[in-house]
Design a protein around this ligand. Structure first.
Ligand code: 5GP
Length: 114
């Protein structure tokens, strides 16, 4: 079996995190190095390595994640807007090989991100 991802260790409470939401399918926790006043990572518990590795059978799971992101953004009162980013692969800036959505808000975000 392949080694557990960093984020699977957070799911299994082997590494502490500031968890803001959990259900059977996903976990959301605050980024350890926040780039905005609100910076939350939303992950599937299933250790999908990246967008490039999403399978057709993951369609419902991905839909669920978007609904949870919407709910967390509302709970965090990001009423003025927010950004959801998924980095994919080396040039995309991905550093943790476990699919994750960055939910960022609480300040004016610039575009393009760089
Ligand atoms: P990526 O660069 O892969 O898109 O995003 C990985 C994110 O995970 C980064 O924003 C980084 O700050 C965050 N991160 C890395 N290690 C940890 C950790 O141990 N705990 C938490 N909460 N976030 C982490």
């Amino acid at each position: 079996m392949s080694e557990k991802t960093l984020f699977s260790k957070i799911v299994d409470r082997e590494i502490p995190a500031d968890i803001v939401y959990e259900d059977d399918l996903c976990l959301a926790f605050r980024d350890i190095s926040p780039q905005s006043p609100v910076h939350i990572l939303v992950i599937p518990k299933k250790p999908i390595p990246s967008i490039a590795a999403i399978a057709d059978e993951d369609a419902n799971l991905l839909g669920h994640l978007w609904l949870i992101i919407r709910n967390i953004a509302a709970a965090e009162e990001l009423d003025n807007g927010y950004r959801v980013t998924v980095n994919c692969g080396h040039e995309g800036g991905q550093t943790v090989d476990h699919l994750h959505f960055h939910l960022m808000g609480g300040r004016q975000l610039k575009w393009p991100p760089g």
